[in-house]
Write a protein that binds this ligand. Structure first.
Ligand code: NI
Length: 442
């Protein structure tokens, strides 16, 4: 199956990157060193790992470049533990390391909002970059003609080697172990920490997946809990979501203006491919966060009041406030709010936005459901495998439980400005009638 005809060379001297999370990242293979040097990989330096989170936690400026190196390093350490054990084949080492390094290569700037507004998909771009006409592809092909294809298959979880796939994507994989620790480090929160060294020491290869020796169960429980807390404390932070709402609305406005031939002072040329759905790989790769922020900055000077206002809000962090939007809100009130916004001269399409988040902290395997990641298995003293939630009461308690919340975002400060006072008062009355929390400051 694997035809690695052309060889991989080892570097004369090992290269090391200083990393605040893993201390050092070690590179011995020429292949990995050259992949890091490609322009597609270097581009990840200009895409933040956590999108708009830096507007909430100012430390969160780390990029997908840092994270990708971290995932590579964790995978390298797992391989060190696996080497010489049954089910591990040394021939798969480079495949595994390349997939780890490149697993996020297709991400664009502020991926979440972009994917929503323009209906693109970073996984599709990941494959394009790996098998298409790129520097990454050229480097991978030195190993073998079908090597790029294999790397893409591992990332897409379609590769027949399930062990390798599980190391990059399962419910306990190198990707998650890196981002939890890295995001905790850069945001400065006290959640997100767990004993990775311990987990790595007790990881074992099997034919189907990487498993954990039962003695490591408590370290894994800690990891599951830290993931649970990171989701609600960091990833779904309401202020971060407010910035994301504004970002999406800017993109939506640009799309609408462009479709009605609005005369931009700064035309959205870098976005053209997204509008007409003929986006080339080169154009996609040109769009990074520095480019996006340049446009937002320029659009603060546009004539269109909505675009100008939204861009100013994003650049100067004048975010929307929120109230909980849950079963207490009835349809009538929702329609009434939209009507009042309209009357008072604020377009509800842009200024009254519901945002929903949901997370499933851990799940046993249910094929076909949204979380299809392989569950965690413990290797018991009798050498049998047991799914984690059957053994751990803590994990069982949260297993399969999905938590969802909805928030309603709006420009609170506008409600206190002169003009349309009557409508504004009615809007405030509806919003304040809702339990919870007009808890809006952060
Ligand atoms: Ni990742």
């Amino acid at each position: 199956m694997v035809t690695m005809t052309r060889g991989n060379r080892t570097l004369e001297e090992e290269k090391v990157f200083k990393d605040p999370v893993h201390r050092y990242i070690h590179v011995r293979d020429e292949l990995i060193w050259e992949l890091i040097g490609t322009k597609e990989f270097q581009r990840l330096r200009r895409i933040r790992q956590l999108g708009t989170t830096f507007l909430t936690f100012h430390g969160a400026e780390h990029t997908r470049f840092n994270h990708s190196l971290g995932v590579y390093e964790i995978t390298r350490r797992i391989i060190d533990v696996f080497t010489g054990r049954p089910f591990w084949r040394d021939d798969d080492r480079l495949l595994c390391l390349s997939a780890a390094l490149l697993h996020d290569i297709g991400h664009g700037p502020f991926s979440h909002s972009f994917e929503k507004v323009f209906d693109t998909d970073h996984e599709w771009w990941t494959r394009k970059i790996i098998v298409g006409n790129t520097e990454v592809n050229e480097v991978l092909r030195r190993i073998g003609d079908d090597f790029p294809q294999q790397v893409a298959d591992v990332i897409e979880k379609t590769h027949p080697n399930k062990l390798v796939v599980s190391m990059i994507s399962s419910q306990i994989d190198a990707d998650r172990m890196d981002y939890l620790q890295r995001d905790a480090f850069y945001t400065g929160v006290s959640y997100g920490h767990f004993d990775m060294e311990r987990i790595l020491r007790v990881m074992r290869p099997t034919e189907e997946q990487a498993v954990i020796k039962y003695t490591g169960m408590h370290a894994v429980e800690d990891y599951i809990m830290s993931r649970y807390q990171m989701y609600w404390q960091v990833y779904f932070h309401p202020v971060t979501r407010s910035a994301e709402v504004i970002l999406s609305k800017i993109l939506q406005r640009v799309k609408a203006l462009r479709n009605c031939r609005y005369p931009f002072k700064q035309p959205p040329s870098h976005f053209e491919g997204f509008f007409n759905e003929e986006l080339s790989l080169d154009t996609y790769l040109q769009l990074d966060e520095s480019v996006i922020l340049y446009y937002f900055h320029m659009w603060e000077e546009e004539e269109d009041a909505i675009l100008k206002d939204l861009c100013g809000r994003f650049m100067n962090r004048r975010l929307f406030k929120y109230v909980e939007f849950d079963q207490h809100f009835v349809m009538n009130e929702w329609l009434r709010l939209q009507e009042l916004f309209q009357k008072a001269g604020k377009d509800p399409d842009y200024y009254l936005v519901i945002d929903s988040s949901s997370d499933l902290p851990y799940d046993f395997y249910r094929p076909g459901e949204e979380e299809e990641r392989i569950p965690i298995h413990l290797l018991m003293p009798d050498n049998k495998l047991r799914e984690l939630s059957r053994e751990s009461d803590i994990v069982e308690a949260i297993s399969g439980k999905k938590r969802t919340d909805h928030k309603l975002y709006y420009p609170a400060e506008w409600l206190d400005t002169p003009g349309h006072e009557q409508e504004k008062q009615q809007i405030k009355d509806i919003l304040h009638a809702h339990p919870g929390k007009i808890e809006t400051e952060f």
